[in-house]
Design a protein around this ligand. Structure first.
Ligand code: HEC
Length: 135
């Protein structure tokens, strides 16, 4: 009996961890475009990714965050999506912005209320670029 409960708790715990670690593809994944993703990555004004990251095939990346050059070999597409959409689920103290979440923001300009930094399509375009261009 005790073993049975232990297994059940273990299963629930591991499945909730999995759910937090990975975000399934959105409908826009079907129309993802790696070239648009490349342009978004280098657009400091729209995304700022290169302030903190090295990225495959791109110059002038920052080094505050982990290099994204080989991210596709280390993480699944779902894990990459979760980390861009809302890295706070893995590290509540992270200073990487949550690019596809409206949770926990205060005092946002009216025109941005209820909106995410990246559109669903932009999120998928960036993932397509990172996966297509390892190192
Ligand atoms: C202000 C700095 C900053 C910016 C801007 C930023 N990140 Fe990050 N990113 C980080 C840090 C720091 C981490 C490590 C996670 C942590 O804080 O624990 C990270 C982690 C990641 C990871 C997981 C990498 C791994 O190896 O675990 C991905 C993928 C990622 N970022 C993608 C992006 C993308 C794409 C953008 C732009 C849309 C972006 N980041 C913008 C700082 C940043």
């Amino acid at each position: 009996m005790r073993l049975w409960i232990g297994c059940l708790v273990g299963l629930l715990f591991s499945s909730s961890l999995w759910a937090n670690d990975a975000m399934p593809a959105t409908p826009s994944a079907a129309t993802a475009d790696a070239e648009r993703g490349r342009k978004l990555l280098i657009a400091r004004h729209d995304t700022g990714c290169l302030l903190c990251h090295q990225a495959p095939g791109l110059k002038d990346g920052g080094e505050m965050g982990p290099s994204l050059k080989d991210v596709g070999t280390r993480l699944s597409p779902e894990q990459i999506r979760q980390r861009i959409a809302d890295p706070r689920v893995l590290n509540p103290q992270t200073f990487m912005p949550a690019y596809f979440s409206t949770k926990g923001v205060h005092n946002v300009a009216k025109s941005f209320q209820g909106k995410t930094v990246l559109t669903e399509q932009a999120l998928e375009d960036i993932i397509a670029y990172l996966l297509k261009n390892p190192s």
